[in-house]
Design a protein around this ligand. Structure first.
Ligand code: MN
Length: 312
């Protein structure tokens, strides 16, 4: 019931909706450099996996997250970014990487931007390449992003199974990236944030070592997001640590959903209290802390294909 960390307090806004998060990266046990970069700064949580070698990959992924972090619609912590604006930002990152590395280096990018529309919060998920964004929502764990990779294309064509993809010799070949190649357009998904949602963003150094069941077991049993990040990275290292591994975990709490809006509008005793922001657990109907009653409003727990893959 109490706010438990500075991060939570810092990210709660007027509506009482709050985020808590953790992050970490590890070079792994085989690579000499860590070419992954990440940003975890409300409202943007993203991982970039650079490629190119000789530090070029590190430059590419670093330029990518710095471009995101300095983007005006994100830098001020406001939650109004649109997919079109983000795509514009990613094109700027693409151009900066190309000029800095002569298009010899590239980077993936996956993650979420928290946006609010009509007072309701959403995960705006973005992806280019084979880093991944997953969501654990109402007990359901699902990959939201769809990899831009050769093996994903083979899976889509039915020529190999998803399990075969994880050991396929060409599993590291991405078909879209920023900074290199012809395909630089990201995919976007807009998902209503549900109470208790947990987002995982990671580089392929995690998913290359742990299958989804293993990831789900850790995510669903470790409480604090930073502890979940640490446990996932340690598990990836124990499994071999063959690549750089980067993990960001974001939890959403006190989500003001459709039902919450309906409940708070005619709030009894508003005159005496309306200068204070009410903690969610003091709302009369008590419908925000349990998972009951809100599932019908969710609409899209795992229907990725229905959610407008590849907006413009
Ligand atoms: Mn990687």
């Amino acid at each position: 019931m109490n706010s438990q960390s500075a991060a939570e307090a810092a990210t709660a806004n007027e509506s009482g909706f709050g985020l808590s998060y953790g992050y970490g990266t590890d070079r792994g046990l085989r690579r000499e450099l860590n070419e992954d970069s990440f940003i975890a700064s409300d409202p943007v949580f993203a991982v970039a996996d650079g490629m190119g070698g000789h530090e070029a990959g590190e430059i590419a992924s670093g330029l990518c997250v710095r471009t995101l972090g300095s983007f005006p619609q994100l830098a001020a912590g406001v939650r109004t970014a649109s997919a079109a604006e983000l795509q514009e930002c990613l094109l700027a990152a693409d151009a900066r990487i190309r000029s800095a590395t002569g298009a010899r280096a590239g980077t993936t990018l996956s993650g979420v931007v928290v946006v609010e529309q009509m007072g309701l919060p959403y995960w705006l998920v973005m992806n280019i390449g084979d880093s991944r964004t997953y969501r654990l929502s109402q007990g359901e764990f699902a990959q939201v992003s769809v990899d831009h990779s050769e093996v994903q294309e083979m899976v889509d064509a039915g020529s190999i199974t998803a399990e075969e993809a994880t050991v396929h010799p060409r599993r590291h070949v991405v078909t879209r990236a920023l900074g290199t190649g012809d395909e630089t357009e990201a995919d976007f998904w807009l998902l209503p944030i549900q109470e208790g949602d947990r987002i995982l963003v990671c580089s392929d150094g995690l998913t290359g070592e742990l299958n989804d069941d293993h990831i789900f077991r850790i995510l669903s049993t470790v409480g604090h997001p930073q502890d979940a990040v640490d446990a996932l990275i340690q598990a990836a290292l124990r499994a071999g640590g063959r690549d750089n591994v980067t993990v960001v975990v974001v939890d959403a709490k006190n989500v003001l959903n459709d039902a919450g809006v309906a409940t708070t509008a005619p709030r009894p005793g508003a005159e005496v209290e309306d200068e204070d922001t009410l903690p969610r657990h003091e709302l009369p109907a008590g419908d925000s802390t349990d998972d009951g009653g809100t599932s019908e409003a969710s609409g899209a727990p795992d229907g990725n294909e229905d959610n407008g893959n590849g907006k413009e």
